[in-house]
Design a protein around this ligand. Structure first.
Ligand code: PLP
Length: 403
């Protein structure tokens, strides 16, 4: 699909960063914008807004096999993740090394707070947090044995947080097995499923988790709205405090517009699932074509079960940022498999956890397809990549000759 960015036709292949909003979602959002009421008001305007929010809650709940009462709307995946870690009241945090920064930084921040108070003045009396990081194997998977060791015989003081699918590599974790083990030892289990809707089929009872995070903008909804699934009976201290919205779990007037769009996107996620095998074929073709250009291309997590839309690979010899900029100039939007902090490009913590050498992580790019992607996008990417690579090789060869 050609998406217009600054009047230039650009192929968008960065769905794991954010997906384009679906037309049906835009329409529903526009209609919701025309609604005046605050969902907490008792008059008819308020009741109409409340109905819209509750319909969306039903739609989101259905998508993950939960009941509507188990959905807490948040301002996105980051807030859902932060809330789960800080609000569960468990002081031993067990997380994998490849989690999203909204889990890793939140866990580190709790663990570095020596008083144990995370701003939840009503929590269970403080006490120090302990953080245990679970390593992954060379494909990026957390093993049962590693979790087993971290849990110990009794884990009723622990919260385990493992993502369903990694945002950089797309690698899928054996969450159901990990959760069964953790819960059998008394731990609470949270799962960051932000990258999964519309890409793989899943539901909360098969996964067997206590909490699960979602974000609307990864599958056709708008940015800044998400949800935390909270299994009935699980206690949670609110992170955002104020009014009693979301049954006391998240204060603040609801983002009615975003929530309505989230509901529609959730309702449509089933269509994306039907297209998932086609996306996997496109993704596999793409990887095969790139390998034909350079057989030393490495696909990270290529031997594991992955999301059908995601490819994280290293193109030897050219820094990630150069590739992203070069392809952007050629009209293809992808992302680097690295993080940019304080103006310095750092190798990705995910690829490092896989044990990939710096020479590979520094050249990593992520291509992620989605609901509007088709063959033409893959064709354009491959030819842009080929031209870019040829240009870079010529430059290096020329420089070597000149030197
Ligand atoms: N978790 C994962 C795996 C993600 O990929 C992201 C976003 O990139 C988030 C959490 C954060 O979600 P949000 O952008 O809604 O805050």
């Amino acid at each position: 699909m050609n998406l217009r960015a600054n009047a230039t036709e650009v192929i968008y292949l960065d769905y794991n960063a954010t997906a384009p909003v679906k037309p049906q979602v835009s329409k529903a959002i526009a209609e919701a914008l025309a609604m005046t009421g605050n969902p907490s008001s008792v008059h008819q305007f308020g009741r109409a807004a409340r109905d819209a929010v509750e319909e969306a809650r039903d739609q989101v709940a259905k998508m993950i096999g939960a009941s509507a009462a188990e959905i807490v709307f948040t301002a996105g995946g980051t807030e859902a993740n932060n809330t789960a870690l800080a609000g569960a009241g468990r002081k031993r945090l067990i997380v994998s090394e490849i989690e999203h920064p909204s889990i890793l930084r939140a866990a580190e921040s709790l663990a570095s707070d020596r008083s144990g108070s995370s701003g939840n003045s009503g929590s269970d009396g403080g006490g120090e947090y302990e953080l245990i990081m679970l390593p992954v194997d060379s494909e990026g998977i957390v093993s049962i044995e590693t979790l087993d060791q971290a849990l110990g015989a009794n884990a009723d003081d622990a919260l385990v947080s493992i993502m369903l699918a990694n945002n950089e590599t797309g690698v899928i974790q054996p969450v159901a097995e990990l959760a069964a083990l953790a819960r059998a030892r008394g731990a609470l289990v949270h799962c960051d499923a932000v990258q999964a809707p519309g890409r793989i089929a899943f539901d909360v009872s098969t996964l067997g988790v206590d909490m699960l995070s979602l974000s609307a903008h990864k599958f056709g909804g708008s940015k800044g709205v998400g949800a935390l699934y909270l299994r009935a009976g699980v206690d949670l201290q609110a992170l955002v405090i104020g009014g009693g919205q979301e049954r006391g779990h998240r204060a603040g007037t609801e983002n009615v517009v975003g929530i309505v769009g989230f509901g529609v996107a959730a309702h449509l996620a089933g269509e994306d699932l039907q297209r998932a095998p086609h996306l996997a074929t496109l993704r596999d073709t793409l990887e095969q074509r790139l390998r034909e250009i350079d057989p030393t291309v490495r696909v990270f997590g290529g031997g594991a079960e992955r999301l059908p839309n995601t490819s994280c690979l290293s193109m030897p010899g050219v820094q990630s940022e150069m590739q992203v900029m070069g392809l952007d100039l050629a009209g293809v939007a992808i992302s680097a498999g690295s993080a940019c902090s304080s103006g310095k490009v750092e190798p990705s913590h995910v690829l490092r956890a896989l044990g990939a050498p710096d020479a590979e992580t520094g050249c990593a790019i992520r291509i992620s397809l989605g609901w509007a992607s088709g063959e033409a996008d893959v064709e354009k990417l491959v030819s842009a990549w080929r031209a870019f690579y040829a240009g870079m090789s010529a430059r290096y060869t020329g420089a070597a000759r000149a030197g």
